[in-house]
Design a protein around this ligand. Structure first.
Ligand code: PRX
Length: 572
């Protein structure tokens, strides 16, 4: 193992001297140059003499293992880029990745970028309705998928006239493919040694990540190739990935962590990373760490709480001594989990805070910096973060006062718009600040303490789920008259979805109906969006203008103060 001294200088020193030029210089990029994330993660690493270094160690749920060097990855991403070009996909078109965490997902991501199209990763557990909404919104032309997910795509194809290419990565020829469907086997594809990579510039669109808000449909957060400048640097300084580290980011690339740090940040730093394409189980996770000698592990509070539930003794059954740095993202990392990680692994999880929209970590605990368990840490050097007054959006000077987390626009990986929705994008900025929609306070020493979201978005196991999408799905059920979806407390997932429903006349409030409605949502959207509990009510709290007041239901559920209900129309 190399020197364990963190890459980043002590925080107070770094903050004085940091500039994004450090990142640009290290990446050999000058303003105005061509910058293509696909090239930076593969060809450039090979040019640096690391072609034979392992880029990906992949393990499937059956225990099957595949290994690829940076040179393999360079050639295979070229193969994908060439294949898409030959299909007639043009730069700027949207290409969706709808796959489990198979190697094709990772290399597909970089292959799409290499030929200049916009990559749209979607979580493979999405049901047909969640998928349809996002493909329609993006006007997607091609989708990579696996046999097992093909029925979901076929199901919605009639509503997607622009989706002309369905690329099946594991077709075995047993059942014939249909019109518009084509087979592409990456491991057997011709290896392309040289491909004319699309000369994207800083502002060329790169990744389109769908994220949920309180109202309306999910929004496509539009990133550009320049995001690399932030992602490279934060992966290096926050995750502290060294040349001989074995890195494991547990996030699925359907979510931003899985792309910013599960692909771009890691590989632009030339890191070897492991991927486990299997569900969560404490013992198999520990076994995976032990087997591959994982040294840097980026995970999420829900997983940590689930590991904690299985006890320190389970962790102690394995040799986890390879671990040297741990980080977490997605939801509040409670102090107990930080303290427990020290007990179980001998080192603490470092909380990091950011969003799909920020593209990179913005507040964090840094290697070497004192950790205050329960705090998210301090702003990344080069990114100005504060908390602002909830009404005026003016920065709050007084320490310990709760406000909205706000960031000064201009960091390299900030989204550039929401796809076809500039109005919502603009609404995120007030008084010269980008507003995160999260509440926090800052203490005397400059540490941020998360309080909660400032809207109705539900965070279940680190995944944001929009109440509107769930309510819309619920309303499609023949028995449902009105509905409201909120997050209710959960010891492992922090929140799970709970729905309040009024029934149409003629329907009875039965357990059977409750289960049927739950299943209805699971099939349409996903298991994450499925209400874990349904409460049948006679009426829902509404404003005088008829808007359902989710916050009243939420406050009741969490045993909190309801706050101002002067606009409430009906008695509960
Ligand atoms: O509410 C915050 C929560 O997750 C939201 C962002 O979700 P998403 O765009 O899906 O990206 C997740 C991974 C980057 C935030 O607005 N969140 C994220 N990290 C933390 C957090 N809440 C508390 N503590 C965190 N460390």
């Amino acid at each position: 193992m190399t020197d364990h001294k963190p890459y980043m200088k002590p925080y107070e020193e770094e903050i004085k001297t940091f500039s994004w030029d450090i990142s640009k210089n290290e990446l050999g990029y000058k303003d105005g140059d061509v910058i293509n994330i696909g090239e930076y993660c593969t060809d450039r690493i090979c040019r640096m003499g690391k072609g034979e270094k392992l880029a990906l160690i992949w393990e499937g749920y059956t225990g099957e293992e595949k290994r690829y060097t940076f040179n393999d990855m360079r050639q295979l991403t070229n193969s994908i880029a060439k294949y898409l070009t030959e299909l007639g996909i043009k730069p700027g078109e949207r290409v969706c990745l709808f796959m489990d965490k198979v190697p094709e997902l990772y290399f597909g991501f970089l292959g799409v970028l290499k030929m200049g199209a916009i990559v749209q990763p979607l979580f493979s557990a999405f049901g047909p309705e969640s998928l349809l909404t996002r493909l329609q919104d993006a006007g997607t032309s091609a989708i990579f998928t696996q046999k097992k997910h093909l029925p979901k795509v076929r199901n919605i194809l009639k509503d997607l006239p622009g989706l002309n290419h369905i690329i099946v990565v594991d077709d075995d020829g047993v059942k014939p493919l249909r019109e518009k469907e084509t087979a592409f086997n990456m491991d057997k594809a011709e290896r392309v040694d040289s491909f004319d990579i699309y000369p994207s510039k800083a502002e060329t669109p790169s990744v389109l990540h769908y994220t949920s808000g309180t109202t309306g449909k999910p929004k496509g957060a539009q990133h550009v190739h320049y995001s690399l400048i932030s992602q490279y640097m934060t992966a290096k300084y926050v995750l502290d990935i060294k040349d001989d580290d074995i890195y494991w980011c547990t996030a699925d690339p359907g979510w931003v962590t899985g792309t910013s740090y599960g692909i771009i940040g890691a590989w632009s730093n030339g890191a070897t990373q492991c991927v486990l394409d299997a569900g969560f189980k404490s013992e198999s996770w520990y076994k995976f760490i032990e087997k591959h000698k994982i040294s840097m592990w980026y995970s999420a509070p829900t997983a940590i709480r689930a590991l904690m539930k299985d006890g320190t003794e389970t962790a102690k059954k394995f040799d986890l001594s390879s671990l040297r740095h741990l980080a977490s993202v997605g939801e509040p990392l409670n102090a107990e989990a930080v303290i427990w990680s020290k007990e179980a692994f001998g080192i603490m999880f470092h909380d990091t805070f950011w969003q799909t929209e920020t593209g990179c970590i913005v507040v964090s605990n840094y290697p070497g910096m004192k950790i205050k368990p329960g705090s998210m840490g301090k702003p990344f050097p080069g990114i100005e973060v504060t908390v602002v007054d909830l009404k005026t959006s003016v920065p709050i000077e007084k320490k310990g006062v709760v406000g909205m987390i706000a960031i000064k626009p201009g960091w390299p990986s900030m989204i550039r718009t929401y796809w076809n929705n500039e109005i919502t994008y603009k609404s995120k900025f007030q008084n010269g600040w980008y507003l995160c929609g999260d509440r926090a306070s800052i203490d005397e020493e400059g540490y941020f303490w998360f309080v909660g979201r400032d809207d109705d978005v539900i965070n279940t196991g680190g995944h944001l789920v929009g109440p509107f999408e769930i309510e819309s799905a619920l309303l499609e059920h023949p028995a449902v008259a009105e509905s409201a979806a909120i997050g209710k407390p959960d010891p492992i997932n922090m929140e799970v979805v709970k729905a309040f429903i009024t029934l149409k006349p003629g329907f009875d409030q039965t357990k059977m109906l409750e289960l049927e409605i739950m299943n209805f949502v699971r099939k349409k959207l996903s298991a994450l969006a499925m209400p874990q509990e349904i409460e049948f009510v006679d009426t829902l709290p509404k404003t005088r203008s008829g808007k359902i007041m989710r916050r009243v239901l939420r406050a009741q559920e969490w045993g909190e103060e309801i706050g101002d209900i002067s606009t409430l129309e009906n008695d509960m």
